[in-house]
Design a protein around this ligand. Structure first.
Ligand code: HEC
Ligand code: HEC
Length: 276
């Protein structure tokens, strides 16, 4: 009889333990650090932060770190991202509407946006992966260092103008500048922005983040871009090709199997003396 109770206690313990492992695995899938949310954070940083702020606090775009009154905020947000907001700078992002994002990428972004509502936002730390650029020689008659300008461009402008200035949401910059002093024209556009468009003003005088020297560097970089319209296709987002890894749940299952084996082993060991 004692043996029966001991065995029962082991089995109950085992069942409790395995459920705990499984539940924690499921939590990890849905929690703020799940692979889905990480993917969403990355996509958000690449595509949305420029208008909505890195923490969804709002800039040119609306504040997204807020409580969503809808009953199914996930569906509402997904629809807005997919279709855009007509009459505003908010573009449509779904491939069905000519945008760059797949359905599952939009769902990942929605999962990330909703972590702000729960008050447990996933903190995205961008890897510093500067676009590789060969050294650029100084542009004649243009102030500023095009190499410094290149890294400023990677940080601030690529999201709208594309890594080679080929244009995306923003205008093509690898082109023939018809002005007599293209340097002055480009510099003034960067400093002041373009009213009535999403191109913000970048100079500190206009409330932007960049110093006069930095704007000179950017101008030099832009004027170093080839002025023939290049035919290369716009690069697809790198995150798009990354498979969502499921290592979290795989680890949970492996752990469960190992622990199951250990428990069975212990039961067999404990059983053996009484068998004699
Ligand atoms: C070029 C700037 C711009 C970019 C880039 C942009 N948005 Fe927006 N977004 C806006 C503006 C402006 C609005 C407000 C539109 C309105 O209601 O007038 C908006 C509105 C929204 C809303 C609705 C907010 C609400 O309160 O209903 C969501 C959700 C949203 N954006 C998500 C995104 C996501 C996700 C991305 C990236 C995939 C993105 N946006 C990229 C400018 C932008
Ligand atoms: C939120 C998207 C966005 C960002 C970020 C952005 N731009 Fe723009 N930019 C635009 C748009 C849109 C236009 C076209 C405006 C128009 O003429 O309607 C534009 C126009 C320009 C032009 C004028 C092009 C021409 O043909 O006259 C220059 C130069 C320029 N941007 C430089 C920059 C630089 C440099 C940065 C980074 C410091 C930057 N932009 C960041 C959206 C953006």
């Amino acid at each position: 009889m004692a043996r029966f109770y001991r065995l029962a206690a082991y089995i109950i313990g085992m069942v409790l333990f395995i459920s705990a492992v499984l539940v924690s695995g499921v939590r990890a899938q849905q929690g703020s650090d799940s692979p889905l949310v990480k993917q969403g954070a990355e996509l958000f940083a690449q595509n949305c932060a420029v208008c909505h702020g890195s923490q969804g606090q709002g800039r040119i775009g609306a504040t997204l770190a807020k409580n969503w009154p809808s009953i199914r905020p996930d569906l509402e947000i997904k629809a807005t991202i997919s279709n855009g907001v007509s009459g505003s700078p908010m573009p449509a992002w779904s491939q069905a509407n000519g945008g760059p994002l797949s359905d599952s990428e939009i769902e990942a972004i929605v999962a990330y946006i909703l972590t702000w509502e729960s008050g447990q936002p996933y903190v995205y730390v961008p890897e510093v992966t500067a676009t590789f650029r060969p050294p650029i020689s100084p542009v004649p008659d243009v102030q500023g260092d095009p190499n410094k300008g290149a890294s400023l461009f990677d940080q601030n402008c690529v999201v709208c103008h594309g890594p080679n200035g080929q244009g995306r949401i923003g205008a093509r910059l690898s082109k023939n500048w018809s002005a007599i002093r293209p340097d002055l024209e480009v510099k003034s556009t960067i400093s002041n922005g373009v009213t009535g468009s999403v191109m913000p003003a970048w100079s500190q005088a206009k409330g932007g983040p960049l110093s006069d020297n930095e704007i000179n560097d950017l101008t030099a970089f832009i004027l170093s871009l080839p002025n023939t319209a290049s035919t290369e296709p716009a690069p697809t987002s790198s995150a798009a090709s990354q498979p969502v890894s499921d290592i979290g749940s795989l680890g949970g299952i492996l752990l469960t199997i190992v622990i199951f084996g250990l428990i069975v082993g212990v039961i067999l060991l404990v059983q053996r003396p009484s068998e004699k």
